[in-house]
Design a binder for this molecule. Structure first.
Ligand code: FES
Ligand SMILES: [Fe+2]
Length: 391
């Protein structure tokens, strides 16, 4: 898990005006809420008074508002925090008294796009931040977006990203794709090359499959002959994977998986599916249903993969040329390691939630001191992640 990237927090449609939501990302609790203009704010959830959960359970009843003039109210003693993270009121000293400077929590940069509230979880100043991924097709009338589907999985997000980059699993995991009548005489995964993603911050590859005939019910189009299918994709940052599937040269799916690492063993995937055919909204439902079915096939396999995290060295697995895309992803992770952005999970687990609360450091930590909640521990020296060549 890495700080200093954009992470999906919640779907726009799931965030009401009057209720904050508590979300865990990178092992840390966050609260997300809308201010009086409807703009989303994302703060560290731990109240600096005595550890109340800003987005947690509320006992005051429906007559006491949880959000007052765009400020989230702590359910424990009513401290009010603005979207900038500063505490504006402390009821116990009187609403007219000024809270001390230390009464503040981390506030993260937010962008709400593609039906998702994203937050930049890290402390990089704006000019150094990787931008939020541009979904080029999103406003293009030739493409239709399904509403964002969320998928909750009980495994580590890096294993999930690697699975999406894997051209050798379809014939074994996805009977829906029609590949199962594999010809043992001819089957193999063609060689492919990886390169850097055009938007930077990740890798890219495309690969030619021998595709089975197209079925009308799946694709809105029939092709009785088997043929070539180009598919592939790439990564953006540690937690976003993009898949391109071209059943024919004219037809395309563009799938964006914005992954939310909850902790080491839980991930929520925000899945945006774009298509340039079957544009009528009546196809949205069946496409969702098919994507859920395909996701379930992956989940059933991935929940049993061991170890649960990607190994620290590629020598701990026997990687084949078909795994090249996965190796390229791991090389990018190593760059993020070298930048010093990786959370030290072992140290985090040793102390988190006992006598210590942690927060992901926000950009304001570079400008002011006096932060009450400790920043998550980061791994300084990443030398131990040694990558070897593919076998
Ligand atoms: S713990 Fe939040 S106001 Fe006391
Ligand atoms: Fe899959």
């Amino acid at each position: 898990m890495y700080i200093n990237f954009w992470y999906p927090i919640i779907r726009s449609e799931d965030l009401a005006m009057d209720t904050p939501e508590k979300v865990k990302v990178l092992g840390c609790n966050l609260v997300v809420f809308r201010d009086e203009n409807g703009d989303a704010a994302v703060l560290s959830d731990t109240c600096v008074h005595r550890g109340g959960s800003l987005g947690g359970a509320w006992s005051a009843g429906p007559n006491v508002p949880r959000i007052v003039d765009g400020r989230v109210v702590c359910p424990y003693h009513g401290w009010e925090f603005g979207g900038d993270g500063a505490c504006k009121h402390i009821p116990s000293i009187g609403y007219d008294s000024k809270p001390p400077a230390r009464a503040k929590v981390d506030s993260y940069p937010v962008e709400e796009r593609y039906g998702i509230v994203f937050a930049f979880l890290g402390d990089l100043p704006e000019e150094e931040r990787p931008p939020l991924l541009e979904v080029e097709e999103y406003d293009d009338p030739n493409w239709r977006a399904n509403t964002v589907l969320t998928l909750d999985i009980n495994y580590y997000y890096e294993r999930s990203i690697e699975n999406a980059l894997d051209p050798a699993h379809n014939e074994f995991v996805h009977p829906t794709h029609g590949f199962t009548a594999m010809n043992r005489e001819t089957y193999h995964v063609r060689e492919y090359d990886t390169e850097d993603n055009a938007q930077g911050w990740g890798m890219w590859f495309m690969h030619r499959f021998d595709a089975p005939p197209l079925k009308e019910e799946n694709w809105g189009k029939t092709r009785t002959e088997a043929g070539d299918l180009w598919a592939g994709g790439g990564t953006y940052g540690p937690n976003t994977v993009i898949t391109h599937i071209n059943p024919t040269p004219e037809m395309g799916f563009r799938q964006y998986f914005f992954e939310q690492p909850i902790d080491e063993t839980h991930t929520r995937i925000f899945f945006l599916n774009m298509r340039n055919f079957m544009l009528d909204p009546k196809h949205d439902g069946p496409i969702h249903a098919r994507n859920k079915e395909i996701a379930k096939q992956d989940i059933d396999i991935m929940e049993h993969v061991y170890p649960t995290q990607t190994p620290i060295s590629n020598t701990k697995e026997v990687l084949m040329p078909a795994d090249k895309a996965i190796v390229a992803y791991r090389e990018w992770l190593t760059k993020f390691d070298d930048a010093g952005w990786r959370v030290d999970i072992d140290e985090f687990n040793r102390r988190n939630g006992k006598a210590t609360a942690f927060a992901i450091p926000s950009p304001a930590r570079r400008e002011s001191k006096n932060w009450v909640v400790e920043a998550v521990p980061l791994v300084g020296d990443r030398a131990e992640r040694k990558l070897s060549a593919v076998n």
